[in-house]
Design a protein. Structure first.
Length: 404
């Protein structure tokens, strides 16, 4: 059954032949991605996440191939967010130690050893979250030894709040939506002398979100290595809240594949479609209201300033989908077609597949995305069952039952 969905081509999209360019490299750079990979791959428990081939599903969708980057196992946190928030926390603490001790460099090993615990323990990091980013910041704070306060808005589930608190963070509710929580976190941090570790940027706040985004680029670097010797995807579909992950994937793939880079598609919930609206208007647009969606991690109304600098020309098309497509995507991944592995994907994790399901229902969307039987599509499994209770309610089984 068809559900509401829509797509728009980006009139400002750069042609495939366009170089990445110096202006974008001043935002996200190869050096930044390389530094994040060196750092994060040195942490205890690091391993590349799987890149799954879903050939049966691809055939069912009428495309030539489908890859799914499964982030469920990332550092045991259940989502790709483990890469960004914790990396930024490490860099914040490294800078604090260098300033306090007059040092020119501090390693992660030194932070982990506790040799600078007096400086690190006096620091407090904070952020607003829909769930997964806050969990990453809290995990990074616990890993390296500083205090953490996380702000959630009213509709963040209790399961996601509890998951953050398990890493030792203080979790506080803010009335309103995600963007209200972002503003509250920034105001409180300024008053208390805390450091905001956010994945969204705004005027005067860029360096830390850049660290977060370069951390997310580890996913792209792993994909590029995992596909070594294989053709590049023709399409990559990336879910977006504020756009930080989307911009990181777009930038890395653009630098790596150059003129052979995939067509870049952003998918968002129908009521939280800030990138879609910004592409439509040719400038950053704020979406107001409740932003209500089951895709909790995507319930954002303002595009990150930094992300927009990459996405404005890097996005080829945007799709906005009804929640029903996200729920259908979760169930389809959990109950695979013959030959495909079962996949545990949370409400935002299946968003790329949700866009493909919408394209199967709506010929105008399929046409806008330029999908056909030869398309090789990459989707990002950004999270697993980050709220196991909600996952079981939607899918009808828990992760163990799906994977068993």
């Amino acid at each position: 059954m068809s559900h509401p969905a829509r797509a728009i081509a980006n009139p400002s999209a750069e042609p495939a032949s366009a170089p990445y360019g110096a202006a974008r490299a001043a935002v996200m750079s190869p050096q930044g991605f390389d530094a994040a990979m060196r750092e994060i791959s040195s942490w205890p428990g690091y391993a590349p996440t799987p890149l799954l081939s879903l050939d049966g599903l691809a055939k069912n969708l009428g495309i030539g191939g489908l890859h799914y980057k499964d982030e469920r196992g990332r550092f045991g946190l259940g989502s790709f967010k483990a890469l960004g928030g914790a990396y930024a926390v490490a860099n914040v603490l490294r800078d604090k130690v260098m300033r306090a001790r007059g040092l020119s460099g501090v390693t992660s090993s030194e932070l982990l050893s506790g040799v600078y615990r007096d400086v690190v323990g006096a620091a407090t990091v904070t952020c607003a979250t829909d769930g997964n980013h806050g969990r990453s910041v809290a995990w990074g704070a616990q890993l390296f030894g500083c205090r953490c306060v996380i702000y959630v808005h009213e509709t963040v589930s209790q399961g996601r709040r509890d998951a953050i608190a398990r890493y030792g963070a203080q979790v506080l509710e803010v009335k309103g939506n995600y963007d209200d929580a972002v503003r509250h976190a920034a105001t409180t941090a300024a008053a208390e002398g805390w450091t905001v570790v956010s994945d969204t940027s705004y005027p005067g706040y860029r360096d830390i979100p850049l660290d977060v985004m370069h951390g997310y680029g580890v996913m792209a670097g792993e994909i590029e290595h995992q596909l070594q010797g294989a053709p590049a995807p023709t399409h990559v579909i990336v879910q977006a809240g504020v756009g930080a992950m989307a911009a990181a994937i777009c930038a890395s793939f653009w630098m790596h594949w150059r003129q052979d880079r995939p067509r870049f598609v952003v998918v968002e919930p129908g009521l939280a479609d800030c990138i879609y609206r910004s592409v439509e208007q040719g400038q950053r647009v704020t979406v107001h209201g409740s932003l209500e969606t089951v895709m909790a991690g995507l319930a954002c109304g303002e595009v990150s300033e930094l992300a927009w600098e990459i996405l404005q020309g890097g996005v080829n098309a945007c799709v906005a989908v009804d929640d029903a497509y996200a729920l259908d995507a979760m169930r389809r991944l959990a109950r695979p077609l013959a030959g495909d592995p079962p996949v545990v994907a949370g409400e935002t994790g299946g968003a790329g597949l949700a866009a493909l399901l919408a394209a199967m229902d709506h010929t105008d969307i399929r046409r806008t995305l330029a999908l056909d039987a030869n398309s090789r599509v990459m989707i990002m499994g950004s999270e697993g069952d980050t709220d196991p209770v909600i996952y079981r309610e939607i899918v009808g089984a828990d992760a163990a039952g799906v994977l068993g």
